[in-house]
Design a protein around this ligand. Sequence first.
Ligand SMILES: Cc1cc2nc3c(=O)[nH]c(=O)nc-3n(C[C@H](O)[C@H](O)[C@H](O)COP(=O)(O)OP(=O)(O)OC[C@H]3O[C@@H](n4cnc5c(N)ncnc54)[C@H](O)[C@@H]3O)c2cc1C
Length: 436
Amino acid sequence: MSRAILWFRNDLRLNDNPALNAAVRECDEVVPVYVLDERYLERDRWGIRRTGPYRLKFLLESLYCLSECLRDKGSRLIVLKGLPEGELPRLAKEYGCSRIYASKEYTHEEIKVEKAIDEACDVQFYHSSTLYDPEQLPFAINQAPDVFTAFRKRVERYAAVPEPLSPPDEIPGPELPDTHIPSVESLGFKMPPADERAVLEFKGGAMEAHSRLDHYFWDTESLSSYKETRNGLIGADYSSKFSPWLANGSISARTIYYEVESYEAEVEANQSTYWLKFELLWRAYFRLVAMRYGRRIFFPGGIQDKAVDWKEDKVAFSNWCAGTTGDDFVDANMRELLLTGFMSNRGRQNVASYLVHRLKQDWRKGAAWFESLLVDYDVCSNYGNWMYAAGVGNDPRDRIFNTGKQASMYDSDGAYRQLWLKEHELAAAAFIEQYL
Ligand SMILES: Cc1cc2nc3c(=O)[nH]c(=O)nc-3n(C[C@H](O)[C@H](O)[C@H](O)COP(=O)(O)OP(=O)(O)OC[C@H]3O[C@@H](n4cnc5c(N)ncnc54)[C@H](O)[C@@H]3O)c2cc1C
């Protein structure tokens, strides 16, 4: 009899999960495990907590949903807190597992952990978070096009997005203990009160991901006007809001891609439906950048290793974090982030440009702040977009945004700024301490 561990990482789903399908196909019994990596709960080199309460809550909800889905298939989820490279070999021994199945990650720290586990156990990795299978791309990773448009044209023409996999009917396994998922508070975090101005009440888990998809595509047909609304700032439906579920893998990019294709066949295909696929390509592209450049995506000079003299101004940085810079468009966006864990793409581009080009602060501090706060933090998308904004990524141009002009274009009646600036006596101040 063969038994294996299925190590869940940023693939918290049963649908379209190649590692899960392979484990069930190749082994008699499967032991599903998630390790809450304690390093992600610590502070980084700037003293910022790497995971803030918004994403932590979302993650715990996602784990709860995953554990319920596993239970429906006759299995259980083991949730542990610690270091995966310590916990997994120990569990493999305890349960007599000869192999570990897992999804691949593409960034430095995660790869280090993979290597450490690989030294102790037999591990098989699968590509679950990418749109395209990296091994089937029409170019070698180290020769991948550096410019997004060139990448997009090559993959659109020469690569196919693999069809999503169906989940296994059953997940056989040994008798496992009841799942215990810690609370946000038990992990030492204080949850900010829900803010009614939030674009959406994000709830973690595959079920919620699919109901958001149904809402955006089938119930409201918002997808049909995505290209016109995607630069919006207020409300649930100006953009898909799929990012938090995509980030922890509650839903796969391939599932969304094929759902767009179904929509195109059944409702309509227009520029907006294409544009959602186009944005998924940006996500795919930043994964490729991470695969190709490794640690360099975390260098102060980015993948270009450009010499830039970043300034160190703690006051300017904490004003930026708290939304008290004096630039009302930047401040409104930063307060939305602080009080809800989300910010629009338009907002992100503006506040990033302001921190880097106006305040001349190290872009990695901004990226670290986003890492802590964002409910949808994704290492490749975050560091890739920040490098881009800082002019140290694939596009060497300085992408300087005139925030005043941007505000008059995208918030012409001032409604967004009014929404977030009106009650400033910082509710935010109460929460900022737990981050900084
Ligand atoms: C400085 C900065 C930091 C960012 N950090 C993150 C991050 O940590 N995590 C994250 O998911 N996105 C990040 N983004 C990209 C983008 O802002 C968000 O993906 C988007 O706002 C999420 O909202 P949505 O799901 O409604 O997007 P939609 O507009 O509905 O797009 C659909 C999906 O396409 C993908 N996508 C869209 N734009 C981008 C982009 N520029 N780069 C990569 N993928 C994209 C996302 O997966 C998104 O969910 C960042 C952008 C900037 C400028």
